[in-house]
Design a protein around this ligand. Sequence first.
Ligand SMILES: Nc1ncnc2c1ncn2[C@@H]1O[C@H](COP(=O)(O)OP(=O)(O)OP(=O)(O)O)[C@@H](O)[C@H]1O
Ligand SMILES: O=C(O)[C@H](O)COP(=O)(O)O
Length: 397
Amino acid sequence: MLNKKSVDDINVKGKKVLVRCDFNVPLQEGKITDENRLVAALPTIKKLIADGGKVILCSHLGKPKGEAKPELSLAPVAKRLSELLGQEVTFAADPEVVGPNAKAAVDAMKDGEVVLLENTRYRAEETKNGEAFSKELASLCDVFVNDAFGTAHRAHCSNVGVTQFVDTAVVGYLMQKEIDFLGNAVNNPERPFVAILGGAKVSSKISVINNLLDKVDTLIIGGGMAYTFSKAAGGNIGISLCEDDYLQYALDMQKKAKEKGVKLLLPVDHRIGDAFSNDCNIQIVKSGEIPEGWEGMDIGPETEKLFCDAVKDAKTVVWNGPMGCFEMPNFAHGTAAVAKALAETDATTIIGGGDSAAAVNILGYGDKMTHISTGGGASLEFLEGKELPGVAAANDK
Ligand SMILES: Nc1ncnc2c1ncn2[C@@H]1O[C@H](COP(=O)(O)OP(=O)(O)OP(=O)(O)O)[C@@H](O)[C@H]1O
Ligand SMILES: O=C(O)[C@H](O)COP(=O)(O)O
């Protein structure tokens, strides 16, 4: 259990409550294309409304780098949140985020009302955790709630700096839920515990592999990462993704797995293409036998079976990163097979955000998983065993 004060430990009646959410959602032409992060934020917001707080929401969106870029305004989020909550969310359009418009909107609030501030990254100080902007944010409220798990690996004004200038800084329900699920899975798993890692690069998951080898019974490695392991073992990988700087690391991890008695499963075959395109020529070949000029784009059918069988008897499964270039339908087979295997197992299944979460939802298996994290980078850093600054900054119990 997370040892931080939460929204259940405070009385917000009549108080101004600043709530940091992660509303960093994908937008296409002003339309939100994945609203999972908004839905996940609702329990905390509803609780604070019901308790009679004046609920001031804030978040970043994209990377406007200190400029008030209209295409990265949170206005569409205010509109959709109003619909989801069934009550108006007043949008405080304000290029300074905490400028005259925002202050006026907050001053006019009645108990149980909701205001959403503009994108915190319109201010350059936000990502530098600057003192002035942190103080401005704190000046808006009596109490601060951090419910932005997706941003918890960042130390920015709106999730960390602000806590230095308020008396009360607690976490929300989403933050609690994420840490409880991920923390239980990693530190107190029902065994067998299987972790599945994929995605493009070994270098982005070095610490995750290392940390998980201390915890799991089986570690499965697929996706672009696997080719560095294959080359390190002397295989031919053609023009597949490979990080030559990590060949020794790959060997070290194989050795560590052996020493720890962890089963390390790597692909035994691949779907390969002669160009990085959905419409290229495709072959299925054994691992280590990729011809020159061809690229590994997905795990092959034998590997699908191997990986899916390993999941069948698991009691806990954590998955982060796709098994192949799943954005191309011809190379989405491996990712789809793993998603299906997870949907069918009785194990506790935790999806570590990012692309794997998107894949599971697109394939329609979302409601079959025990927990789909709203954090990409944050869940990865959690799996690395790192302390997340956004969590650490909240008041201890
Ligand atoms: N064999 C491969 N060759 C090239 N790219 C691949 C391969 N397998 C997977 N990928 C790509 O890896 C990308 C995802 O990698 P990444 O490491 O970012 O995964 P993730 O951890 O799920 O994402 P996030 O960082 O958003 O959490 C996808 O765009 C996918 O197409
Ligand atoms: O989408 C995310 O992972 C979070 O919202 C953090 O966003 P960032 O990578 O732009 O800091």
